[in-house]
Design a protein around this ligand. Structure first.
Ligand SMILES: Cc1ncc(COP(=O)(O)O)c(C=O)c1O
Length: 357
């Protein structure tokens, strides 16, 4: 197989070692003579997978003891509704509108209470993270999207919400950098970008939010029940959780979040420097808010973008087309993208400019 670098936004690149290990263990997990896909989710072998995954999340992110860690289903999109369903109880929440994902979260929250859009960058095509928020003193929580996967903007510093719980959708940058979990009341992330394959959503929730959450919800969507049952109310996405566990092993082997962050910084710098120093390429996000995970850019002239993407694909650099809603180009350089992959992309960009400029 010829070497390919995967720049898709999600489902996204997984570390080679993770896929190799999954392949090696596929038919015989841990010497038990069965696959992890075909054993009971109540078995001791699977229990060990979930328990280890949770322990690694706690140690790698420094999750305080008064938080629960959940592995849920329905993607981050279900959290858009599950959060207000459990927490809002007809009250008001502040949302920061930073792009397509924040908008979807806002739409669902409106089903359960009042939404105050405390800040928005829609006026400039979502190319920056709004500051000077208009926060409501009586908000039940404040919701932000730490990294907007489509627009390619990312929070460097999160808003200070005082005693109002801060909730973050970290679907596209969880585990990409060091994090002070205690600043947040709830963090959620679909696994399929930085921590695994599709099918499982990580939720880290402070226990007082669980205790104060609504009663009489359908069981699958009740935080109280999911916490009480340790994410095993029903059959969980066993294989997806197993892959998360392997990715956490890999992060640990890299040296943890700080080490992963250092490489991510290097990759992002290399790519943004190339964009800034070559007139054919124009970054779409404001410099201060540029995402280190999803690098969005346009070509001059824009008509060259199709050629750029197809020649890149032919050269083994796959997934560079921007999201269908915004066009342009996007290189997703999640944790598992090696520095060499970004170097190859940069080499290709320079060659493309020389040939077409
Ligand atoms: C920031 C962000 N939030 C939410 C979602 C939706 O995730 P899911 O497809 O797991 O529902 C995505 C998906 O790309 C995303 O990038």
């Amino acid at each position: 197989m010829s070497k390919k670098y995967n720049f898709y936004a999600g489902p996204a690149i997984l570390p080679y070692e993770v896929m190799k290990k999954a392949q090696d263990e596929l038919l015989d997990y841990n010497g038990i003579g069965l696959s992890i896909m075909e054993i009971s989710h109540r078995s001791k072998d699977f229990d060990q997978v979930v328990t280890t995954a949770e322990a690694k999340i706690r140690s790698l992110l420094g999750v305080p003891d008064n938080y629960s860690v959940l592995f849920l289903q329905g993607g981050a999109s279900t959290q858009f509704g599950q959060i207000p369903m459990n927490l809002l109880k007809g009250g008001k929440a502040d949302y920061v509108n930073t792009g397509a994902w924040a908008k979807k979260a806002i739409k669902e929250a409106k089903l359960f209470g009042t939404v105050n859009v405390a800040g928005s960058s829609e006026d400039n095509n979502f190319n920056y993270v709004p500051e000077n928020l208009n926060l409501s003193p009586d908000a039940v929580y404040v919701h932000v999207t730490s990294n907007e996967t489509i627009g390619g903007i990312q929070y460097r510093n999160f808003p200070d919400t005082g005693s109002v719980p801060l909730i973050a959708d970290m679907s596209s940058d969880i585990f990409s950098r060091e994090l002070d979990v205690s600043k947040f009341a709830l963090i959620y992330a679909g696994a399929q970008k930085n921590i695994g394959q599709a099918g499982v959503t990580l939720v880290i929730i402070r226990n007082d939010l669980v205790e104060n959450s609504a009663d009489n919800l359908i069981s699958m969507l009740s935080y109280k029940i999911q916490v009480d049952k340790k994410s095993l109310y029903n059959t969980p996405p066993c294989f997806s959780i197993y892959i998360v566990k392997l990715v956490l092993d890999w992060i640990e082997k890299q040296g943890g979040a700080a080490a992963v962050e250092a490489v991510n910084n290097e990759k992002a710098k290399l790519l943004y420097d190339t964009i800034d120093n070559n007139p054919m390429f124009n970054g779409t996000a404001k410099t201060k808010d540029r995402s280190k995970m999803n690098v969005t850019f346009r070509l001059t002239p824009e008509e060259l973008e199709g050629k750029f993407v197809s020649e890149a694909t032919a050269a083994g650099l796959v997934g560079l087309k921007g999201h269908r809603s915004v066009g342009g180009c996007r290189a997703s350089i999640y944790n598992a993208m090696p520095l060499d992959g970004v170097k190859e992309l940069v080499k290709f960009m320079k060659k493309f400019q020389a040939e077409n400029g």
